[in-house]
Design a protein around this ligand. Structure first.
Ligand code: RP5
Length: 217
């Protein structure tokens, strides 16, 4: 038995898969997570480090697509759903099964707990679409990365959904030079930060650096 709210999403996914919209009008990245309690890890905020949302929306210029039939202005987009492997397996199946036809090029799937099955099952069903798994907790790592030979998943360390988004962008960048440029710019920014902090530490000396950079000891 499938709850109405879940069935309506399943039906919508299948309808969208039939629409055959051009690739530039559909989300490029699909983000799914086992629960909305995973959102701070998957998106950032609520005391968590920046997540996949921050990487895509703030660093790489992607926009979140909230209406499948109305693409945002940005050429590169992502969508976000809660899909529980154990509570809504039919939704998990429908999302993974329709992803390619809906124009998704790469999926980021995050789940927590000891049986974090959403990433690996999504990878199996969506194959050959690449899936990047995010273990939401340390105890989820084994169940996310432990796929048998012939059933691939790419995965990041616990909680590192930011890196999952960078990896998704790397995959897309093989086809889109614009994303490649954005990735290179992002990395250049990281390098600049190291260079600046290194020069300041060297020139200010350790006590001066601590005075300037550290709020309080
Ligand atoms: C939470 O429940 C985890 O963070 C997980 O992502 C979520 C969904 O688990 P299932 O409903 O698939 O068991 O513990």
């Amino acid at each position: 038995m499938t709850a109405d709210s879940v069935q309506s999403i399943i039906d919508q996914l299948h309808e969208q898969a039939e629409m055959d919209l051009p690739n530039e009008a559909t989300p490029d990245v699909g983000i799914v997570m086992g629960s909305d309690s995973d959102l701070p890890t998957m998106a950032g905020g609520k005391g968590k480090r920046p997540g996949a949302y921050a990487a895509l929306a703030e660093e790489l210029g992607f926009e979140e697509q909230t209406d499948y039939t109305e693409a945002p202005e940005s050429r590169f987009t992502f969508e976000t759903f809660v899909v529980s492997a154990h509570r809504t397996p039919d939704l998990m199946y429908a999302y993974a099964e329709t992803a390619e036809a809906r124009g998704i090029d790469v999926i980021i799937a995050g789940a927590g707990g000891k049986s974090a099955d959403l990433p690996n099952m999504t990878a199996s069903i969506a194959y050959p679409l690449p899936v990047i798994g995010v273990p939401v907790q340390e105890k989820s790592v084994d169940s996310v990365i432990g796929m048998p030979q012939g059933a691939p998943i790419t995965a990041v360390d616990a909680g590192k959904s930011f890196n999952a988004a960078l990896t998704a962008a790397q995959i897309l960048s093989r086809e889109h030079t614009e994303i490649r440029e954005r990735l290179v710019d992002y990395h250049r920014g990281l390098q600049e930060d190291v260079g600046e902090v290194s020069r300041d530490l060297h020139e200010m000396g350790t006590p001066g650096f601590k005075d300037d950079y550290w709020d309080e000891e």
